[in-house]
Design a binder for this molecule. Structure first.
Ligand code: ZN
Ligand code: ZN
Length: 348
């Protein structure tokens, strides 16, 4: 079968090539891939700046498809099921994090698309425990974005505890910021997205998907806007999804006393100073939110089934597998919010 393989560590070293089809042994489910999202971590893998990627490996961990074969130990999943899958392929199973199903924090976890062959290929195998059957009314295109949506669920609901009426500020209008915004709206919050002038097309997507206000911080004063909206109290909750330390500092500045700041972004420059004194003096709750866990997937699929979150609204660019390089380039240049590789759209 055809696949996009990261062949060696370092910059690029990526190839569109023929590889053997995976086999559905044991508890493995073989999935014919319909769509595979291009994630920020895939771009880091391309650049050679993502230590978790262990070449040679097929990239891709956001996907949907149809089951074509199941291993002898598979109990519930059937051939023909429309599915998506968590990215967890293997965990130690005995550490405290595994026992509470916080697989995102198991130190010995192996993930699809980083250490285990991923979805930028015609077929993929995943363990049954990680596979989720899709509600009938959820498109395969939206389902391919269950993983980033589950990251939003983990952050907004499981870590940020967003409540109806909360004023929420999301820093960053990329795919994760968009998912956080949609999930926060689904919980009854008022959502402000903070970005830069280059985010204009992303702002349009966010507003069309329900965000209340977008702020171009190069043209408008975010703090003044938030203070006016909150009678000088500050935002209830801020989500850092941009990976920029100045954005985190702005979040610490505009969140209310005893408010919550959730960090999802990965900071590439770790030498900039974080204003930790603000956390102390204003008793800010500063929380990390790393990827997602099984409960986040269940909730993400419910939100899609109920139609309150529609991830395909951000899928603005679709391209076939052999054209993967153009998709990566467009994402790196920031020309598209979310690029999707199409493996087989006839499955839809
Ligand atoms: Zn991802
Ligand atoms: Zn473990």
């Amino acid at each position: 079968m055809k696949a996009v393989v990261k062949t060696e560590v370092g910059y690029d070293h990526m190839e569109y090539m023929d590889v053997p089809e995976p086999e559905a042994t044991g508890d493995l489910v073989k999935i014919k891939i319909a769509y595979s999202g291009i994630c920020g971590t895939d771009l880091h893998a391309f650049n050679g700046t993502y230590a978790s990627t262990k070449p040679p490996v097929i990239l891709g961990h956001e996907f949907s498809g149809v089951v074509v074969e199941v291993g002898p130990d598979v109990k519930k999943i059937k051939v023909g099921d429309r599915v998506t899958s968590e990215t967890t392929f293997k965990t130690c199973g005995v550490c405290p994090m595994c026992l509470s199903k916080d697989y995102n924090l198991c130190g010995n976890r192996q993930g699809i698309g980083t250490q285990i062959n991923g979805s930028m290929a015609e077929y993929l195998v995943s363990r049954e425990e990680s596979v989720h059957v899709l509600p009938d009314n959820v498109s395969l295109l939206s389902a391919s974005l269950t993983e980033p949506l589950a990251c939003g669920v983990h952050s907004v609901i499981e870590k940020g505890n967003v409540q109806p009426g909360d004023i929420v500020v999301v820093f960053g209008a990329g795919a994760i910021g968009q998912m956080v915004s949609q999930v926060a709206k689904s919980q009854g919050a008022t959502v402000i997205i903070a970005g830069l002038t280059q985010d204009e097309h992303r702002f349009e997507l966010a507003l069309a998907a329900g965000a209340d206000r977008c702020v171009d911080q190069q043209k408008e004063d975010l703090k003044a806007i938030v203070m006016e909206m909150t009678n000088n109290v500050g935002a209830d909750k801020c989500f850092e999804c941009s990976g920029a330390v100045p954005a985190l500092n702005k979040a610490l500045e505009i969140v209310r006393r005893k408010g919550t700041v959730v960090q999802m972004g990965v900071f590439s420059n770790t030498h900039e100073t974080i204003w930790t004194d603000l956390i102390l003096h204003r008793e800010i709750v500063y929380v990390g939110s790393r990827s997602q866990k099984p409960s986040s997937w269940v909730k993400a699929l419910e939100l899609m089934r109920d139609g309150v979150v529609v991830p395909e609204k951000i899928a603005t660019y679709l391209t076939p597998l052999e054209n993967w390089r153009e998709g990566f380039e467009k994402m790196i240049k920031g020309e598209v919010t979310k690029g999707i590789i199409v493996l087989d759209d006839t499955l839809e």
